[in-house]
Design a protein around this ligand. Structure first.
Ligand SMILES: CC(C)(COP(=O)(O)OP(=O)(O)OC[C@H]1O[C@@H](n2cnc3c(N)ncnc32)[C@H](O)[C@@H]1OP(=O)(O)O)[C@@H](O)C(=O)NCCC(=O)NCCS
Length: 152
């Protein structure tokens, strides 16, 4: 499928994607995860399921992860490279991962998001997530609060 006029494939993340996903994370977040963290998620964490969005040149332009805990899906992260935002790629990743997660028995979904992250809040609300609480002083870098969201 095409996003930003580039052919993009959405597929399961593998260990060999770890360096490229970590590179994207550094572009998207102030406290990015390490390459080793993504290796662990792809290879060793039995609860984890990750999708990546790969462009024709092999670069990773988006990813999303979820942990399957009992019948809940805990969304760890979703990120899209700035050049590819606002074209539906984040929504595509969310809908694909929820479709896969429903199949394996996840019934409720949760995540945390910065109170200032309007784009993410708007996107999650579109998928039926609603605010269920606040974690004050949650983010280590600047002490920003996190909104806890759930989708039943
Ligand atoms: C959140 C994120 C993944 C969304 O990815 P994306 O590919 O842009 O998502 P989509 O294009 O599917 O949807 C974005 C929506 O947000 C809206 N949006 C963008 N900026 C916005 C803003 N400042 N305020 C409100 N809505 C905004 C867009 O209009 C679009 O809404 P629409 O589908 O109703 O038109 C992306 O912004 C991102 O990677 N951000 C940095 C990482 C991050 O914060 N991740 C979330 C961690 S909890």
């Amino acid at each position: 499928m095409k996003f930003a006029n580039r052919e993009i494939e959405i597929r399961k993340m593998t260990v060999s994607d770890s360096a490229n996903v970590a590179k994207l994370d550094r572009v998207c977040f102030t406290t990015p995860w390490s390459e080793e963290s993504f290796e662990y998620e792809a290879h060793l964490n039995p609860l984890a399921y990750y999708l990546v969005a790969e462009a024709e040149d092999g670069s990773i332009v988006g990813y999303m992860g979820i942990w399957h805990i009992l019948d809940e899906g805990h969304i760890t992260n979703v990120a899209v490279h700035p050049d590819f935002r606002d074209r539906g790629l984040g929504s595509k990743l969310i809908s694909e991962i929820i479709a896969c997660s429903d199949v394996v028995g996840m019934k409720r979904y949760t995540l945390e998001v910065r109170v200032s992250n309007e784009a993410a809040l708007h996107t999650y609300r579109k998928f039926g997530f609603s605010e269920a609480g606040l974690r004050t002083n949650y983010y280590e870098d600047d002490g920003e609060d996190a909104i806890i969201m759930w989708k039943e």
